[in-house]
Design a protein around this ligand. Sequence first.
Ligand code: MN
Length: 298
Amino acid sequence: MTQSSTSPRPSAETGTRAVRQIVRGMPTSDGAGVKLRRVIGQPQLPDLDPFLMLDEFGTDKAEDYIAGFPDHPHRGFETVTYMLDGRMRHRDNHGNEGVLVPGSVQWMTAGRGLVHSEMPEQQAGRMRGFQLWLNLPARDKMTAPKYQEFGPERIPVAQPAAGVTARVIAGTVAGVAGPIQQPATDPTYLDVALEPGASFVQELPADHAAFLYVFEGAVRVGADAGAKPVATHELAVLGEGNQIRLTGVSAGADGRSARAILVAGRPLREPVARYGPFVMNSNAELHQAFEDFQTGKF
Ligand code: MN
């Protein structure tokens, strides 16, 4: 490591990130009436460049999810579905089809457009997981649609410290690299489990936007003095710095570990024009998206 004495690095590049804002998910429904919690993409946190939306779905009641998400279009961004419990079948108008099982990840690049459905592949039982919307840069918005799909056995598990495990969907933890490739936003996406009192430090690029969303138990974020607890169903927007320190506070449903997703990505800093399932850079491009969808060009 080299350091120049004449132009010291700004502290933002070497510090431990603190919690900048706590956001609670807002109950809503989408698709044909699926109940979910919208965490990013609601008034408290309209977006967090490059992240456009984060939904958590989680219920034991079939009536909350059984109607699913029938045929709908997307253009101009990526959807990342991470299943914790339950099975969901996806099918698109280009002939792609598959079933997402517990622990699997589907990273879908909608690009210039597709029409797909996302429907429960079960009549009863628990359905739980996340869908994250990740923006594409202007140069990639009209790229060909693409899927990166990984079953649970293809998501590697790192153990960065005693009492801590991380399923690495994207990014690198303790030398273990996740399978997702996305050079534009260079994402990190980890599912972290921390036993109470267990702690670890994760490097995150200083110029990346980052958040932690706790879905079981509670996690403390930050260095010792300024650390803040983040409770279940809370999202912590992370401030500046090149690393994050997480400590398990209280356990989740398994009685052993708190669980959270830690997500980061390079901001695009481009104009965003969005309406429903279309996310472009200008209103003219949005109008074009509607026209192309309505005339069957997806
Ligand atoms: Mn969709």
